[in-house]
Design a protein around this ligand. Sequence first.
Ligand SMILES: Cc1ncc(COP(=O)(O)O)c(C=O)c1O
Length: 426
Amino acid sequence: MYHDRYAARAFSMKESAVRALFAVANRPEVVSLAGGMPNIADLPLDIVGDAVRDMIQSAAGPRALQYGSGQGEQMLREQICEVMAEEGIRAHPDDVTVTVGSQQGLDLLTKIFCDPGDVILAEAPSYVGALSTFSSYQAEVVHVEMDDHGLVPERLREAVVTLAAQGKRVKFLYTIPNYSNPSGITQTLERRKAILEVAKETGLLIVEDNPYGLLDLEGGRLPAIRSMEHEQVIYLGSFSKTFSPGIRVGWVLAPHAVREKLVLAQEAATLSPPTFSQYVVSTYLRVHDWRQQITVFRDMYRERRDAMLAALPDYMPVGTTWTHPLGGFFVWLTLPEGIDSQAMLPRAVTNRVAYTPGTAFYADGLGARNIRLSYCYPTPERIREGVRRLGEVLNRESQLNRTFGVRHAGPHFGLAELNTPQPNQE
Ligand SMILES: Cc1ncc(COP(=O)(O)O)c(C=O)c1O
């Protein structure tokens, strides 16, 4: 009854192949290195609670509970400019549009720029949520190679030239220069400049997604691409990783003309982004030392990252390599030849550890030999135990591959088996 009525774009919205498994992975005995949930345990809930109560009981209360501006509240947009200044960005509050998380920023940008079949260039691997948004608007994603220093500018130039020769319409480049989700890789300053150079030469628009920028774990924060160029860069920010993901407040900083379209798209989508959430964020930024709070978060994430980087050499089989993130939440593993991370996931969950298979982060089916591990949520002890369990599974797979000398899919464990309690459950 419904199927024949769906718009074509509804058919490009697909459930992730591993979603069902993640329901099982959320069981307490499984160490989940899969999700990217920020760890907000260190947030001072008493301070936040008191501030929100005071705000609601003050003159601001009725405004916080009312419809607001389609662009977002002026007061918060001014504070957002202060937050961006931490990464070298000088911006005017008029050029900021508040969104429901940066995820909605991605959605609105794709909506205003992309017709079906238009091309978005995206570094490979790329954030899975962005890939879903792009595909929901039937945009075609063309990946551009990345190495340990980030997106490779020469490959970017080649892609733009080749696609133009094919008559394709490239709408923008999507990139995560800081501590990329999923790879954990940071674009060097030289790369940022070179990518910008290519963009200028070829008239390419850059969408810079930067939710993790303030979560540097080694110091030496690099300037945002937007801090070097105003007209050709659209910048996405978020309070999800530095305050609260549940508040759902992010923003887009865009050149004036784009900002006008964004506000129209925002009004069509929500009338106004949630006023209450914006007042909560604004109050939090006003009453709390948010810079110090970010330092607390950084110390906590650094300890977890270090726990993961210390455990990996102890447990991973020969031939496994991984990135060394300077910030953010993620380590990206490349597995020994012949191991398929998606096929292996049920066996890993049976061994009470979960991860995200690399295929989730490519639009073109690559990534079977990769795994994204996140260190943001479990304690350092659980991280080490999770890596140990992953090592067991990988060593078993490697052993099978060595024995049989072929790609070995291994025994199949269905979800029913995964639901069966395992011995020695924690
Ligand atoms: C790279 C990247 N962009 C955007 C988002 C969306 O974040 P939010 O909508 O919570 O701001 C995420 C969330 O994990 C992310 O990793």
